[in-house]
Structures are given as C-alpha cells and as structure tokens.
Design a protein around this ligand. Structure first.
Ligand SMILES: [Fe+2]
Length: 508
C-alpha cells in the first residue's frame, strides 16, 4: 500500500486521536470528504487518553456509517406517554431588552461621543460599586493638576496605551475628555509582604487597551505610582433561583448549512426535548426556556472558499432549515434567538435581531428574536446573552486566557463590565449609547463563538459558554482548537444547579 498524500493528510488531522495503520492506502480515502471523514473518526474514538489504532477494517466500517442517510427529523412529534413536562404548567414570564440598534456615519465625533459614553457609564459603575476602594475618585484627569508630588489620589480613565518599560515596569496611559495621565505599576523586587505587590503587578499585566480602569496611587512628577488597580467588577451576590421548578437550556453556534453540522446529534436533542428518551428525562421535563447565542446558520461568504464547506449554499434555505429544526421543540418552551458573526445581519456590534425575511414562513409563537447582545429576564433570572466575537481579542490580549477555557476570558469581560473592550479587531457601531457596557449585573452570562463549553461561577453570576453543534472544522484543526459539539448546558433554576446533556453518545 502506498503512503501518499491522502494518508498523510488524514494522519495529520488525527494526531492525538488515532494512529493510521500502514494497511490503509490513498485508494481507501479517495473520493471521501476528508473533513467529514475526520469528524466521523473523531466521533468514533472520542477523546481517549492516548491515540487509538485506525486500521483498514475499521475505516471501511466508518465509511459505511457515513453513507447511512441522516435520520430525518420527524414532522409528527410523538411523545412518550410517560413524559410529564411540568414546564408546560409554568406560566411564562419573560422580558427582552434588545440593544439599541442603528447606524452612524462613523465619523470622529461619533466615536468621541461613543467612547465618552462608555467612560462615563463605567466610571459610574466603579463609583457606585467600589465605594471603599474608589473613595475620593476624582472628577476628571484635569483635576489632578491642583496636586503636587506625594499626594495620594484616585483617578479613572480609558486605557489609551500600555507598554512595558526597559526596566520591566508597566506604564499605562489613561485618558478622558480633559487630558491624559501616565500611571506606573512598578515591577516588584521579589515577593512583597503577602505577595500584595506581585498581585498588583500581575493584574497590571492584564490591562488592555480601551478598557476603563481606576487606580489609587501617589503622584510622582508626571506619574501616578499605582498601589491599587480598581475594576468596575460585579458585586458579590446570591445566585438567583426561582420558586418554580424550571430549567433554562443554553445553546449556540448551531451552524445549520455547514457540512459539519451535527444533524444526528441535534435530532437527538429535539427528540429528547419531546420526551423520547429516558436519559435525564426529568431535566427535559423542566426546560421552560432555551437561549441561543448566535451563529444560527453557517452563512454564505463569511470567509474565503466557504462554499466548499457548505451542505446548503442558500442563506434562505439555511434559515428555513434552522427554523424547521427549532419548530420541533415543544411550543410551551420559549426560545430566545440572538445573532452572531455568521448570521445575515451587519457584522458590527451591537447586531440587530434577525430580519423578518428569514423566518416569515414560520409561526413563531414561542420563538423570540433578540439582538446581540441582549438581555432576557426569565422568571426573574436576568440572562445576558452575547455571541462572544470579542473573545478572540480578549484571548490574544490577556495573559492566561485561552481557547480551551472560554469561562476564563468571559470572566475578564464580566469584571470589566464591557462585552468588547478592545477596539479594533471586533468592529462596533459608535452609537451615542454604548450597548456593550454591562450596565446590569447578569445572573447568567451566556456566550458561544469559541465552540467550546465552559462554566464558572463568579460572585454569584453564572458564566456559561454553550459550545456548538458543528464538528471540528479545518480552520480549527489548523489553529489547534478542539471544539465540544452537542453538549447542552442546563440551569436548574429552583435548585441553582448547572448540569449538561451530552448528545454524542448512545441514547436510550
Ligand atoms: Fe460559530
């Protein structure tokens, strides 16, 4: 058997998952979609501790499975008679707050007004929420001029620039409408008492451009020598629960229309919601709401040569399929549908709700179109949904953040009370009011985009990244990202407990 290009290509895609046996040749792979084949093989082996052996016999079996027609989503929903959806008896109680949408010319005054709004509102959050740390917060940077060296001050501003000096200190320039100020975070000489200085310096290294911070420190010539870095943060609060025994499911990045959309797994989810399986049935019975955080479909022309990756190459048909799938979910479940960077709306954020033309043929009595970002309050639980496109720049900009732990990057966003702090890579519309400011403390912060599930609890706010329904893409292989498709996080709101349902495995 030859060990040619196709075998080598397959082997490189399966590094860490499977070792390709020498009895496999190019002829065994020819004519197969290598992306799909890789996804099937990966599914077959799962995430084992060490790579498994893929021999020719197994490959033939997997190719056979690929040829089986995907199970059709049943049009007639047949519910198991023992299914007792108690969520049906719970009266829906929801409030949607969409982000202010609109267009601007993107002129310099527009951006000035936009950034001033961001600064003013986050400064207010700092002032109201950090009363002790920020006591004595100065009105503006110009007010500093009245003081001389040695005076302790508290000052806030937007980060204009951050550099590491040749001596290793962190030098940050903050600004506001009245001026700029240099703030120095000294590199510690070894560990200080209780590691306090080291902790401050570690925090300083995580400062990013365009975020709003406050610092306490002493004036020293042209500098403020910082001793405290103050973020707006979220106050410590009790995790919100409900009286009713109900649950909220979170999902994202469905990517309908992609060849790698997990149709089989999504079919299981729909059947599970209809009580067709005994597996975690009690949880399915209590789901009253589903929040979908964008990338509903794969889209068209989102990146070069995308057409090669598409199973449905018509944007209207992609949405038609999306709404057909979600129409199978019982009507007593209310579904909140945000947009993302693959959806057919403007790319710049805040993104508006999906336009009517994409769902006009569907009866949407239980589906609600929401902007990105958008707040939905569900029986008193405030959920902030955001697709998460800014997570890329957060992961690049903040040491310690990574694609494998989306909850870490989401936590940095929450502390900064801004969904897209770094201006640049992630385009924003400079509206008069910055809808990306997290002005209300969410009980649950929900995102997607990274195609990787992750959860954390911080100060009483639940952080959820709900992953995807798309198998690993070629782009993700090249980038070394490993997605976690078809895992549904569910918040049991009466108990205050998070759990997940994995639709990849065998179901009964
Ligand atoms: Fe996505």
């Amino acid at each position: 058997m030859s060990d040619g290009g196709l075998v080598a290509e397959l082997a490189s895609r399966l590094v860490g998952i499977a070792i390709v046996s020498s009895d496999i040749g190019d002829d065994d792979i020819k004519g197969q979609n290598i992306e799909s084949l890789t996804a099937y093989i990966r599914n077959h082996f799962g995430d084992g501790e060490s790579p498994a052996l893929l021999d020719r016999e197994l490959l033939v079996k997997i190719k056979g499975e690929m040829q089986e027609p995907a199970p059709q989503i049943k049009v007639e929903i047949v519910r198991n008679s023992s299914f007792n959806p108690i969520a049906k008896e719970i009266t829906e109680d929801f409030v949607i707050r969409n982000a202010a949408a609109g267009k601007t010319s993107g002129s310099v005054p527009d951006f000035t007004a936009y950034f001033n709004d961001r600064l003013d509102r986050i400064k207010e959050i700092i002032y109201n929420g950090q009363a002790n740390k920020a006591a004595g917060l100065m009105r503006d940077i110009e007010s500093l001029k009245q003081y001389t060296s040695g005076r302790e001050v508290v000052i806030a501003g937007m980060v204009y620039d951050k550099v590491i000096t040749k001596n290793g200190h962190v030098l940050v320039t903050i600004d506001d409408e009245t001026g700029t100020q240099k703030v120095l975070f000294m590199k510690p000489f070894g560990e200080g008492p209780n590691g306090a200085m080291s902790e401050l310096f570690a925090k300083a290294l995580k400062i990013i451009n365009d975020e709003v911070i406050a610092v306490r420190g002493k004036i020293s010539g042209p500098f403020v020598m910082a001793n405290t870095l103050i973020y707006p943060d979220v106050p410590v609060h009790q995790m919100k629960k409900t009286e009713d025994d109900m649950a909220i499911a979170f999902t994202s990045d469905v990517h309908v229309g992609s060849k790698l959309f997990g149709e089989k797994q999504f079919g299981r989810f729909v059947d599970w919601m209809n009580g067709r399986y005994d597996y975690k049935k009690g949880l399915a019975e209590r789901i009253k709401y589903i929040v979908v955080s964008g990338d509903l479909v794969d889209g068209i022309g989102v990146y070069p040569n995308q057409e090669r990756e598409l199973a449905i190459d018509d944007i209207y048909k992609q949405y038609s399929e999306f709404f057909t799938l979600f129409s199978k979910i019982p009507e007593y479940v209310h579904i909140f549908i945000l947009t993302g960077n693959h959806d057919a709306v403007q790319r710049a954020e805040p993104q508006p709700q999906l336009p009517n033309e994409f769902y006009k043929d569907f009866k949407l009595s239980n589906m609600h179109l929401v902007s990105n970002p958008g707040y939905v309050t569900l029986n008193g639980i405030r959920v902030l949904g955001y697709h998460g496109t800014s997570l890329d720049s957060i992961i690049q900009g903040i040491p310690g953040c990574s694609y494998s732990k989306p909850e870490g990057a989401m936590l940095e966003i929450l502390k900064r009370r801004h969904l897209s702090p770094i201006y640049g890579d992630n385009p924003i519309v400079p509206l008069k009011s910055d809808s990306m400011v997290i002005d209300k403390v969410p009980d649950i912060l929900h995102m997607g985009h990274l195609h990787k599930n992750g959860y954390a609890e911080y100060h009483g706010t639940l952080i959820v990244n709900s992953g995807t329904w798309q198998e690993r893409t070629g782009f993700q292989v090249r980038m070394g990202h490993v997605p976690t498709p078809a895992i549904l996080p569910v918040y049991e709101a009466k108990q205050g407990v998070m759990s997940t349902v994995d639709f990849n495995g065998a179901f009964s």
